[in-house]
Design a protein around this ligand. Structure first.
Ligand SMILES: NC(=O)c1ccc[n+]([C@@H]2O[C@H](COP(=O)([O-])OP(=O)(O)OC[C@H]3O[C@@H](n4cnc5c(N)ncnc54)[C@H](O)[C@@H]3O)[C@@H](O)[C@H]2O)c1
Length: 309
């Protein structure tokens, strides 16, 4: 029997309670049936526990980032916040950047409460002067930059015939140009140090598939993947890797904005039958940020529950 809700193969007889000739339930068969139902329910619980990553599961994944310095943009909430916390939990000092001061404070608090080191920098990733200034500050504070996670991103979804210039340009400006500004600012430090890990937050929208209403967003993310591949070839010889992570539908403020109906529709199309979590994206970033991923560059790691598989 196949359980469509979660894709789990299970072996509960697909029939009603066994009934003997006179209509009474046979007691031993009924007990057997009850036991099988119990096993089925437990299997579903275990199956779900094993598959949905939470903080404890993420903490089982370890990378030695001690002594390393990381910059994470868009670190005030969502994926960026989880990525910053994860890199810090693995020993990196983390410069957390965002325009949202309050969210940044929350991220810093979470990191320092757990014994990590982090510093907040208010920064609009589209402000070239500020980007250069923040990168220089990080180097003044901590002498180097080992890891850059270009995570800040926005959506301004609407169908193309109705899309304004501002909706198009603002998305390209934050998602693509902001990442470019940071890559340019950090790459000279990384190349000089002959070590670096750059991770760009792309999306399956653009990187792997089209999405109606997202021509601006998918253009920005497809271009980010192209930039990732080209830069990886420019600086691989200096020990700097450049990769992208392309999440699918992940539980976050960004997907909450889609509304419940759209989220339920999305779930039906995802082979894993659920949205992903920030922990699952952070795990992919942690791997690519680690010294162990030194021979992987120009790659896009898709984290999407199988939707583009
Ligand atoms: N959530 C998803 O399902 C999903 C899927 C694919 C890709 N992504 C990508 O992952 C990244 C993070 O997504 P999220 O869901 O956590 O989004 P989010 O909206 O929850 O967080 C984005 C963060 O980026 C910050 N930010 C936006 N513009 C900025 C700017 N100009 N300068 C500095 N900071 C800025 C915001 O303040 C916010 O803290 C984005 O690049 C997004 O495109 C998300």
């Amino acid at each position: 029997m196949h359980c469509p809700a979660d894709g789990l193969e299970c072996h509960v007889p697909n029939r009603a309670f066994p009934v003997v000739d006179d209509g009474a339930i046979d007691a031993s068969e009924a007990r057997m049936h009850g036991a099988l139902v119990f096993i089925h329910i437990m299997a579903r619980i275990i199956h779900k526990k094993e598959n949905i990553m939470n903080e404890a599961t993420l903490n089982t994944l370890k990378a030695d980032l001690s002594g390393q310095v990381a910059i994470v943009t868009g670190a005030a909430q969502g994926l960026g916040q989880r990525i910053a916390i994860t890199l810090a939990a693995n020993g990196a000092k983390v410069a957390c950047l965002d325009m949202k001061k309050e969210g940044l404070e929350e991220t810093i608090q979470a990191i320092t409460d757990a014994g990590g080191i982090a510093k907040a920098h208010e920064c609009n990733v589209t402000d070239r002067e500020r980007v250069d200034q923040v990168v220089d500050h990080v180097v003044e504070d901590w002498e180097k930059i080992d890891i850059l996670v270009n995570n800040a991103g926005i959506t301004r979804d609407t169908l193309l015939p109705r899309m304004t210039d501002d909706e198009f340009e603002s998305v390209i400006n934050v998602n693509l140009r902001g990442s470019f500004l940071f890559m340019r600012a950090v790459s000279r430090y990384m190349m000089r140090a002959r070590y670096g890990r750059i991770i760009n937050m792309a999306s399956i929208s653009g990187a792997r598939m089209g999405n109606p209403g997202q021509t601006n967003y998918s253009a920005s993310k497809a271009a980010l993947v192209g930039m990732t591949r080209s830069l990886s070839k420019e600086i691989a010889g200096r020990g700097v890797t450049v990769n992208a992570v392309a999440p699918g539908f992940i539980q976050s403020a960004m997907t909450d904005a889609l509304g419940d109906v759209a989220k339920e529709e999305a779930k039906k199309r995802i082979p894993a039958k659920r949205l992903g979590t920030a922990y699952e994206v952070a795990a992919a970033v942690l791997f690519l940020a680690s010294p162990a991923a030194g021979y992987i560059t120009g790659h896009t790691l898709v984290v999407d529950g199988g939707i583009t598989g």
